[in-house]
Design a protein around this ligand. Structure first.
Ligand SMILES: [Zn+2]
Length: 215
């Protein structure tokens, strides 16, 4: 089978920029301190998060999904991270209650949308929902991720809109992708200083709780 890559010509190099930790709130999954070694950290803007949440609850009988758009970055300490600046619902998908597939037309369309609206940004991954099914990657999801999003730093987000849970699936050293254990992420807050994330399976580290009250 011919492999279809979501690659644009500028996909080969990360941007060197500081880890944006000052504007970020950490959300840990229950697996984060249990030997997960994600190759990249994920930072997600509130704009992207709210777009994904709105899309995710728009159909709780069928899976929906789309693309995560932003930057692949490298800190001066050689830590890799991705910044999800926008989430773009995929058009021309095929989906049912337990599956979602991107079509050739979906791929052409997202490249057109990046050219038109998100110049200079990369496809840093994809998201899709699992209504009433839990947070994991199915065999097909893993196949899709490895074939359509083959870069080591590209990530998969699964959202369970009924239970309000989610999780990032990120490759580990050697390209290992654990289909059941997901990572947390950093919420990049806007100017409000208020957290938006309400997924019930994430927790803030103790030392970060309440920090926004002191600023
Ligand atoms: Zn799935």
């Amino acid at each position: 089978m011919r492999r279809i890559h979501f690659l644009t010509p500028d996909m080969s190099q990360p941007i060197t920029t500081p880890f944006p930790i000052k504007r970020a709130s950490r959300w840990n999954s229950l697996y984060d301190e249990n030997h997960l070694q994600p190759l990249v950290s994920v930072f997600m803007t509130q704009q992207a998060y709210s777009r994904i949440c709105v899309h995710s609850v728009s159909d709780i009988n069928n899976e929906v999904g789309g693309f995560l758009i932003g930057q692949w970055c490298l800190s001066k300490n050689h830590e890799q991270f991705v910044v999800i600046e926008n989430a773009v619902p995929a058009r021309y998908t095929r989906q049912g209650s337990t599956y979602l597939t991107f079509t050739q037309q979906s791929l052409v369309d997202i490249h057109d949308q990046i050219d038109a609206n998100y110049k200079g940004q990369k496809i840093v991954g994809w998201y899709h929902t699992h209504p009433n099914m839990g947070v994991f990657l199915s065999h097909y999801d893993t196949w899709l991720h490895n074939n359509f999003f083959p870069e080591p730093w590209q990530v998969a987000l699964v959202v369970e809109p009924v239970s309000s849970t989610g999780g990032f699936f990120i490759r580990q050293p050697g390209g290992i992708l654990d289909p059941t254990r997901y990572s947390g992420f950093y919420e990049l807050d806007g100017n409000s200083g208020r957290n938006m994330v309400y997924w019930k399976n994430f927790n803030q580290p103790e030392e970060e709780k309440g920090e926004s009250n002191n600023e």
